[in-house]
Design a protein around this ligand. Structure first.
Ligand SMILES: Nc1nc2c(ncn2[C@@H]2O[C@H](COP(=O)(O)OP(=O)(O)OP(=O)(O)O)[C@@H](O)[C@H]2O)c(=O)[nH]1
Ligand SMILES: [Mg+2]
Ligand SMILES: [Zn+2]
Length: 395
């Protein structure tokens, strides 16, 4: 294996004192490598130098495409497991997804290259797949280790309720949502500011931008989210202009874009796989195929509370513990709505989504943990440890 990058061969003097040629991982910087990930990789490859660090760029039905430090691989992941720092921890299987940091063991002779380890995820975007005609849906994991999610909706075709669901989905992932209203060049009567204000009502506390992926208007402020070491995934219905925006930010036609059917302006799934793409200024974008329905994965109660924080603050304050907020005396919710302090539509959305989660919960066998739940436990544990460390520093 030769992973000395060509730059170093030409200019050996330029090697920084702390970057050994065997593990500098320089090619992975363009795929979003952070210092923390570099450290984890180095700790593992020091013990087992045969393993090759990389990042999952695309997954199809058969194999997983990985950008590794030296070259790109098409690998299988039958036995992949999470690389826990503590070796005592039971082996936890993992299905690598786009954005995952992985270690490949190159296959000998005709054996395939295998993804052996997946680094613990810092965030994981997942949704419940609602299958037509089926009550129960499984979970679809969309992307891992993302910093920000651009929730894209057409400014001309904006849907409050969908936006609320998308925002909740993002909060549940551990990443930060940013609303991007696209196609502002097609707004004739409304101005972008008006649509931004509308969206802000459905997404309190979330940054909202209005852009045109075709003219590039309004896209500059988005670049603060795409600095080196960050990973941004774009989600939204088919045809809203995700790939058009991706191409604009990247500066060339990296993704195909598609015509919209005139009849319903809904588009037709031009993008068919999730794909990781490096930006010239250092960040990484993940373009995704349009999602028709947005349903939260079980255990997303905290994300719901965050999405509807202004509604949540009234909960548990009514006179009766089991208040249904439908005319009982001492109901603070009905009072807040009457005073115009709380929106009825927001309350309804909050309750509807809460009911869906409860419905899941009642059918859910608590001993069966989904991949997403297991990971979120690991992430939450990491956060608790981190905050303990910072509390200790403060005291
Ligand atoms: N006028 C205008 N058209 C746009 C804009 N962004 C996208 N479009 C058009 O909308 C259609 C769909 O755009 P895409 O970028 O393919 O949409 P997408 O969200 O990637 O769709 P999927 O890949 O199917 O999920 C194409 O015909 C684009 O040219 C925009 O800002 N302004
Ligand atoms: Mg697309
Ligand atoms: Zn009440």
């Amino acid at each position: 294996m030769n992973n000395i990058s060509p730059d170093h061969e030409q200019e050996p003097q330029s090697i920084k004192p702390n970057s050994q040629p065997s593990g500098n991982l320089s090619n992975l910087v363009q795929y979003g490598l952070t210092d923390a990930v570099r450290e984890r990789f180095t700790a593992i490859t020091t013990k087992d130098p045969e393993l090759l660090p990389g990042r999952v760029a695309r997954v199809d039905g058969i194999s997983t495409f990985v950008h590794a430090n030296s070259t790109d691989y098409r690998a299988v992941s039958t036995y992949a497991r999470i690389a826990h720092e503590n070796e005592e921890i039971e082996v936890e299987p993992a299905q690598p997804t786009v954005g995952d940091w992985v270690l490949i063991r190159p296959g000998e002779d005709l054996d395939p290259d295998e993804i052996e380890l997946v680094l613990p995820r810092t965030s994981l975007l997942a949704r419940k797949r609602v299958q037509r005609g089926k009550e129960e849906g499984d979970e679809q994991v969309l992307a891992a280790n993302i910093t920000t999610v651009f929730v894209v909706q057409a400014a001309t075709y904006f849907n409050n309720n969908r936006l609320e669901r998308e925002i909740a989905l993002v909060w549940a992932s551990g990443a930060v949502p940013v609303v991007v209203l696209s196609k502002t060049d097609l707004l004739d009567e409304l101005d972008p500011e008006t649509v931004i204000e509308q969206a802000q009502l459905a997404a309190p506390g979330v940054d909202v931008f209005a852009v045109s992926g075709i003219t590039g208007d309004g896209t500059d402020p988005l670049r603060i989210y795409t600095e080196s070491g960050t990973t941004v995934v774009l989600i939204g219905a088919s045809g809203v202009g995700k790939s058009t925006l991706v191409n604009h930010l990247i500066g060339h036609e990296a993704m195909d874009t598609g015509e919209i059917r005139e009849s319903d302006a809904r588009g037709r799934h031009t993008t068919v796989t999730r794909q990781l793409l490096p930006l010239p200024n250092g960040g990484v974008l993940i373009d995704t195929p349009g999602i028709r329905s947005i349903a939260l994965v079980s255990g997303s109660e905290d994300a719901l509370a965050k999405t509807f924080s202004e509604v949540e603050q009234y909960m548990g304050k009514c006179r009766f513990n089991d208040c249904q907020h439908s005319g009982e005396p001492g109901c603070v919710i009905v009072e807040a709505i009457a005073l115009g302090e709380l929106s009825r539509a927001r309350l309804d959305s909050y309750r509807q989504m809460g009911r869906e989660l409860k419905h899941d919960e009642s059918k859910h066998d608590p001993t069966v943990k989904t991949e997403h739940e297991r990971l979120m436990r690991v992430i939450a544990k990491g956060r608790r440890q981190k905050s303990r460390v910072s509390n200790r520093k403060k005291s």
